[in-house]
Design a protein around this ligand. Structure first.
Ligand code: C2O
Ligand code: CU
Length: 498
């Protein structure tokens, strides 16, 4: 069932070849190669089963129907891209066609999939050059709310709109009347409505990252959700922003958190009807619609200065039933590890350093850039970029890297428990994300853990937070800050599960 993987052509990935020749080859894995786009009439029946997703230019009404349209980059030219849906246990088959002027990949954020399909450029695959395609094919092990996004030149490609929602459906009905997603983003727009193209700003990168001030939910400045009194609504929230931590509140309702980062949690009522999501985080809420027919209630984003409505619950229908439904049953569990062996765990301190008020000095990134061998050489060469390209502003475990350096942060035998202590010694929060695994957030005072799983956790400035996971997914996995300007200026690395 695996797609054929061709051997590497040496000059297309000299870094890999160098690793091989240097004898790091024990863990050497062939990087999956993009292929040239096949003419339509040449496609076989089997190939037609792939859902084709084209990364291309398009436009979106980010300022509303009456405002000027904004030119974007989007999957199938839309933002968010097409909703991708698969049932748990089924195979997902997506053919990415790159119609952009530069290389790209798709990363399936939060999915515990096989490594070759993870979309990490120069780590699990070569970036897909313009005019080429790449077939992603994997089984969805976990049901829940996930998203997909570019992982190449991410700070620019995501800011231009290259992301979408991926829903893996539960094996059975979960007892809601409506299932609505809000993919929330903040944009930095010029007065004419176009995307501000000052990407890779040193100023942004050395502070909290690129923060926008135009908010959208599902690409719209105010997204209306029609509801009926006494309905139960499932609301899937996704923070797709480059760097903003989003504090969201549902006015006059009492949401129950059912899942975080795609994984079912022990349900709990959100305090003050608020949830805070770092970049990349998701939350699944169940909300009983208890207002009277004709009411409207806002979903608000707290900017720190004011609350901005990004969506509304509009009671547009007649009463659905006489009273709200009863208890909320937890979502069906996914096959996550039931226990962790802390005695035999690999324990690692991961210091987070750098940034404004903690600058590291002008150094280059370790990895591809340092060796002078990057994806920027050879076919699919990216146009030269303005801004911080290659600069080291942040570090992770005392190394500034772009996430595909020759050496992993650690290597671990499959099945071992890993405990990482993120010590944030910077003046800014960081959204620490690992690929291919979900982790537990450990309590700070005792040895317990929080009653949920995450794939991304915001570590506040000045604090040390510990996470634990079972490294049970073989391959090379990225670990990075999901504030994309931080990721690109040093706060990225990878680990290997053998
Ligand atoms: Cu959502 Cu490595 O990223
Ligand atoms: Cu960061």
């Amino acid at each position: 069932m695996d797609q054929p993987r061709k051997p590497l052509i040496a000059n297309r990935c000299r870094l890999r070849r160098r690793e091989f020749l240097c004898g790091v080859g024990a863990s050497f894995a062939l990087l999956a190669q993009p292929s040239r786009v096949i003419a339509k009439d040449g496609a076989s029946a089997a190939q037609n089963e792939f859902r084709v997703v084209t990364a291309r230019t398009g436009y979106a009404s980010l300022l509303g129907a009456s405002g000027p349209p904004t030119d974007i980059w989007g999957y199938d030219g839309t933002c968010p891209g097409p909703l991708l849906k698969v049932r748990r246990g089924e195979e997902m088959k997506v053919r990415l066609v790159n119609a952009l002027p530069e290389p790209t990949t798709i990363h399936w954020h939060g999915l515990r999939l096989r490594n070759a399909m993870d979309g990490a450029p120069n780590l699990t695959q070569l970036p897909v050059p313009p005019g080429s395609s790449f077939d992603y094919r994997f089984t969805a092990r976990d049901s829940g709310t996930f998203w997909y996004h570019s992982h190449e030149n991410s700070s620019e490609q995501l800011a231009r709109g290259l992301y979408g929602l991926l829903i893996v459906e539960e094996p059975h009905d979960v007892g809601v009347d409506r299932d609505i997603a809000l993919v929330v983003d903040d944009w930095r727009l010029s007065p004419d409505g176009s995307i501000d193209t000052a990407f890779r700003s040193m100023r942004d990168a050395s502070r909290e990252g690129k923060i926008g001030d135009h908010f959208t939910a599902n690409g719209s400045p105010l997204f209306d959700i029609p509801v009926a009194t006494n309905e139960r609504l499932r609301l899937r929230l996704v923070n797709a922003a480059n760097a903003r931590i989003m504090a969201l509140r549902v006015d006059r309702h009492e949401p129950t958190v059912m899942a975080l980062d795609g994984q079912p949690a022990e349900p709990f009522v959100a305090r003050e009807a608020r949830v805070a999501l770092g970049p990349g985080n998701r939350a699944d809420l169940f909300i009983d619609a208890r207002l009277a027919p004709g009411s409207t209630s806002e979903i608000l984003l707290d900017t720190g200065m004011r609350e901005v409505a990004i969506a509304r619950l509009v009671y547009a229908h007649a009463r659905a039933r006489a009273a709200p439904l009863g208890d909320m049953r937890p979502l069906p569990a996914n096959p996550l590890p039931e226990r962790m062996d802390f005695a035999g765990a690999l324990k690692l301190d991961v210091a987070l350093d750098g940034g404004m008020m903690g600058m590291m000095g002008p150094r280059g990134l370790a990895g591809g850039n340092q060796t002078g061998q990057t994806s920027k050489s050879g076919p699919g060469t990216a146009p030269s970029r303005q801004g911080y390209s290659g600069a080291a502003i942040w570090s992770l475990a005392r190394r500034a890297s772009d996430g595909h350096s020759a050496r992993p942060l650690f290597s671990v035998k499959r099945g071992r428990t890993v405990v990482l202590a993120f010590a944030n010694r910077t003046a800014f929060p960081h959204a620490m994300h690992i690929h291919g695994h979900h982790f537990r957030l450990l309590d700070r005072l005792d040895d317990g853990w929080k009653p949920f799983w995450l794939d991304t956790v915001v570590v506040p400035a000045g604090q040390t937070w510990r996470i634990a996971f079972v490294a049970d997914n073989p391959g090379k996995w990225m670990l990075h800050c999901h504030m994309l300007e931080h990721q690109e200026t040093g706060m990225a690395t990878w680990f290997e599960v053998g």
